[in-house]
Design a protein around this ligand. Structure first.
Ligand code: HEC
Length: 109
């Protein structure tokens, strides 16, 4: 009886550990993009979209430009954002736009 129960517990723990690993990865990836996404929503989305489709916004769709993170950051620095962004925020928003562009490109492949 005891070994069986122990085996079940061990299997359950292993399953939890495995599921935990996957979740942790997903959550940390989402958390890493979270700030950039929020900055984009607050500071850029009035003039830009990242939908991959043409839009009627004044700055247009940022996925059409195929810019590097460095180029995105240097544009972001010059943009008339509602409030000035810190260097960390500029980098976060550049990484966010770049990651959306990269996953859109991956879907097209
Ligand atoms: C008040 C409006 C406005 C805001 C806010 C704004 N932009 Fe822009 N942005 C523009 C306009 C207008 C252009 C020029 C578009 C063009 O020439 O096609 C532009 C151009 C760009 C470009 C170059 C695109 C290209 O096709 O080469 C990037 C990158 C960019 N913006 C990123 C950002 C980011 C990131 C933010 C937020 C941090 C932001 N912008 C906020 C209006 C804005």
């Amino acid at each position: 009886m005891f070994p069986t129960a122990a085996a079940i517990v061990a299997a359950a723990l292993a399953a939890v550990a495995l599921a935990g690993c996957g979740e942790t990865r997903d959550v940390s990836a989402a958390a890493a993009l979270g700030p950039g996404r929020q900055i984009f929503a607050r500071s850029c989305s009035g003039c830009h979209t990242v939908t991959g489709r043409e839009s009627a916004t004044s700055g247009g769709n940022l996925l059409n430009a195929h810019l590097s993170i460095a180029d995105l950051a240097s544009f972001a620095k010059e943009m008339p954002t509602p409030r000035p962004l810190s260097r960390a925020e500029i980098l976060a928003v550049a990484e966010y736009v770049h990651s959306v562009a990269a996953s859109a490109a991956a879907r097209r492949r």
